[in-house]
Design a protein around this ligand. Structure first.
Ligand code: HEC
Ligand code: HEC
Length: 350
């Protein structure tokens, strides 16, 4: 049974030791998906019971300082991130679907890639993606380098191939020089993917007001936002959205307490989530729990982009993940709390 150590990443295909970003438990990948939910909810309740005595440890941790990356590689990666030559028709770059003015995500339910083709899934934010234990909604890639390789070839993203991309890039003398500065062997597919990985790992959003609060600045959040956080814990949202990324450290079924997909209708292959990776029936409709950092900026929500607003998304979570309803006032307080998770946004191309 493989144990996935949170934070383990592959750089350029070579496994590399990385610090453990997550303070949460190790994820045992092969256990049935919801095995730890009752335990997590019980632990949450126990934590609350403690509230009268010793304060329990908070289930959410502040973002650590940005990871140390190789400056020449990250600088090259930045240039590549905004480079439309990655797409077959030179129409889109990484930044088209992971927009800096949209919290690292995309303003519509489904982004369009090469040739104006619609992607089957909503763009997750790339901000803080280095802190996710796996990449993609399905968790289908262990690291960012693997995602880059996949998007180059994906018919709905760049629709290209490495030889085609590298031929275009090699014609650019200044870019080739940047490659040589960063890598002894210059411009290769693995180096391009690694440079994009290095740059993406710098895209973190530190110093959210909630992180300041966790570090001891009690007045960094308002009483309403604090009340929203208490509700987030009390109702059990933290059973799934927890750790440094307020998510991104486990898989869960979408529809634990009700059939979300039957209610929504028009089920497509992309909705099968992790099943598409493992082929295991128990993984159908299972997704990586997304990070809620900067969630106030990344509408629409869910892998299918079906919720236009945050109050809507929170109501869906109450119905299908917790099997209960909440008053509009409680939802509003939780939404206020979620607003405190917006951190300092990375600067764009300029
Ligand atoms: C056409 C739009 C589009 C383009 C262009 C694009 N992406 Fe994405 N990206 C997506 C979508 C949609 C997903 C979710 C796909 C999935 O889960 O299978 C995604 C997922 C990701 C993830 C995983 C994030 C997470 O939390 O799981 C990373 C990292 C990422 N992209 C980085 C990049 C990089 C780097 C580039 C450029 C080399 C890029 N993307 C280009 C749309 C795009
Ligand atoms: C059983 C685990 C679980 C619980 C409990 C849970 N969530 Fe989620 N949450 C998920 C999963 C899985 C998704 C991704 C669903 C999808 O799009 O496929 C998600 C998605 C979200 C999203 C959308 C994020 C985005 O970027 O699209 C928000 C907002 C959210 N949850 C908030 C909450 C709140 C607030 C609560 C408590 C009321 C809660 N969640 C309880 C597992 C959970």
């Amino acid at each position: 049974m493989p144990v996935i150590v949170a934070g383990a990443q592959k750089r350029g295909g070579t496994p590399v030791e990385r610090p453990l970003f997550h303070t949460g438990p190790l994820i045992l990948e092969d256990l049935p998906v919801n095995w730890k939910l009752p335990a997590a909810l019980a632990a949450t309740a126990a934590g609350l019971a403690l509230a009268n005595g010793t304060p329990p440890a908070e289930p959410i941790k502040p973002l650590p300082p940005p990871p140390v990356v190789d400056a020449a590689k990250a600088d090259l990666g930045k240039a590549l991130f905004f480079d439309r030559r990655f797409s077959k028709d030179n129409s889109v770059s990484c930044a088209s679907c992971h927009a800096f003015d949209k919290g690292g995500a995309y303003a519509a339910a489904r982004p369009t890639g090469v040739g104006g083709k619609e992607h089957g899934l909503n763009s997750p934010t790339i901000f803080n993606s280095a802190y996710n234990f796996r990449q993609l909604w399905s968790g289908g890639q262990p690291g960012i380098e693997g995602v880059v390789d996949a998007v180059v070839k994906s018919p709905v993203v760049f629709g290209s191939s490495w030889p085609e991309v590298l031929t275009k890039l090699a014609a650019d003398g200044a870019l080739a020089a940047k490659f040589r500065k960063a890598y002894p062997d210059g411009m290769t597919a693995a180096n391009a993917a690694n440079a994009l990985g290095e740059y993406t790992r710098t895209l973190t959003t530190p110093n959210a007001r909630f992180d300041q609060y966790l570090r001891g600045k009690a007045d960094a959040i308002t009483p309403d936002e604090r009340a929203g956080y208490e509700l987030f814990k009390k109702y059990g949202c933290v059973a799934c959205h927890q750790g440094v990324n307020v998510g991104g450290n486990m898989f869960q079924k979408f529809g634990v307490m009700g059939d979300y997909f039957a209610a929504r209708g028009n089920v497509k292959t992309a909705d099968y989530g992790r099943f598409n990776v493992t082929g295991r029936e128990s993984d159908r409709y299972v997704f990586k729990v997304p990070s809620l950092r900067n969630v106030a900026l990344t509408a629409p929500y869910f892998h299918d982009g079906s919720a236009d607003t945050l109050p809507q998304a929170v109501q869906v979570m109450f119905t299908y993940q917790l099997g209960r309803s909440a008053s509009p006032q409680d939802v509003e307080l939780i939404v206020k709390f979620l607003g405190t998770l917006t951190g300092e946004q990375p600067k764009g191309a300029q």
